[in-house]
Write a protein that binds this ligand. Structure first.
Ligand SMILES: NC(=O)c1ccc[n+]([C@@H]2O[C@H](COP(=O)([O-])OP(=O)(O)OC[C@H]3O[C@@H](n4cnc5c(N)ncnc54)[C@H](O)[C@@H]3O)[C@@H](O)[C@H]2O)c1
Length: 269
């Protein structure tokens, strides 16, 4: 059975840990770490098989674990991803926006190659990324429109003109600028651009709508292949309305596949 370490014990980390604890993911949650000690203690204390709490993030990958799951922040990816790979562990990244920094992407790609490990990025809170990657070479234009309640966007560096009532387009630009201005809100912009046309050519529109009851993501891509149009109306994670429940479910689905025994039929990755 694979042994997992968890970096980040918030909304997504908790959902993943519970899925391991209840056997939905056939793995052992060996160690956890969160920069907020109460978050790791609360999570570890709530599980039937409590994991050990690592004393710091670097230590997490020094134990006998197979996969580290990052569900913390873009900073955590920038600060710790390299040491995970250097410690010869695979890594699952939720804060995908960090990978749009070309220097981060390059350093991690080279480390994966040198140490023979992999970084996995779940499909997150969007649908259709498999098809978009399949047609990547033929995409002429691709647009992501994200609609959220202003409360889910508040606090982001780019959230300056949030409407008090009604809806307003508060950002239009490329995926690079989107993840810089909304680092905790539009990791999906990184997911859409990675493996397709890149961040500079991915157009992102963010709409703040006081009537929004979901986090919705619409992707429209055109090219020689035809048109791909997908829309997901995501239920908020009860622990963090910035986060869509589908994001954690996509990580659980990926981990189920990574932790499944060999000699099975594999759907997707
Ligand atoms: N890929 C996707 O589709 C998608 C969707 C939603 C959220 N996300 C991203 O996933 C990450 C986790 O989301 P969440 O909703 O669980 O957030 P959350 O705020 O509920 O939990 C994050 C936890 O990580 C901890 N943390 C933050 N930075 C850390 C660091 N440097 N070292 C150690 N611990 C750290 C925090 O204390 C917190 O407990 C965020 O970066 C979020 O933007 C990705």
């Amino acid at each position: 059975m694979k042994r997992l370490g968890l970096l980040g014990c918030g909304a997504i980390g908790t959902t993943i840990a519970r899925a391991i604890d209840s056997g939905i993911i056939e793995a052992e949650l060996s160690h956890v770490y969160d920069s907020a000690p109460e978050a790791s203690q609360r999570l570890a204390g709530s599980l039937r098989a409590p994991p050990a709490i690592a004393p710091n993030a670097h230590m997490l990958s020094s134990y006998n674990v197979d996969i580290i799951v990052e569900a913390a922040s873009q900073d955590a990816v920038r600060d710790y991803a390299l040491s995970v790979i250097q410690n010869r562990r695979d890594l699952v990244v939720m804060s995908a926006g960090a990978l749009l920094d070309e220097s981060v992407f390059e350093v991690l790609s080279e480390a994966c190659s040198e140490f023979g490990r992999s970084i996995y990025v779940p499909s997150g809170a969007i649908a259709g990324i498999d098809a978009l990657r399949s047609v990547a070479g033929e995409i002429e234009s691709i647009t992501l429109t994200t609609t959220k309640h202003p409360d889910s966007l508040r606090g982001a560096p780019g959230a300056v003109d949030l409407p008090d009532a009604g809806s307003a387009v508060i950002f239009e630009g490329n995926a690079h600028d989107a993840v810089a201005k909304f680092p905790r809100n539009v990791n999906v912009a990184a997911l859409v651009s990675l493996g397709t046309v890149g961040a500079a050519r991915t157009l992102v529109r963010i709409v703040a709508d006081t009537a929004a009851t979901t986090n919705s993501h619409t992707i429209e891509a055109h090219g020689a292949f035809g048109r791909i149009l997908t829309k997901v109306d995501n239920v908020w994670d009860p622990a963090n309305p910035k986060t869509s429940r589908l994001a954690a479910l996509s990580a659980i689905n990926l981990l189920q596949r990574l932790c499944s025994k060999t000699g099975t039929i594999r759907l997707g990755v």
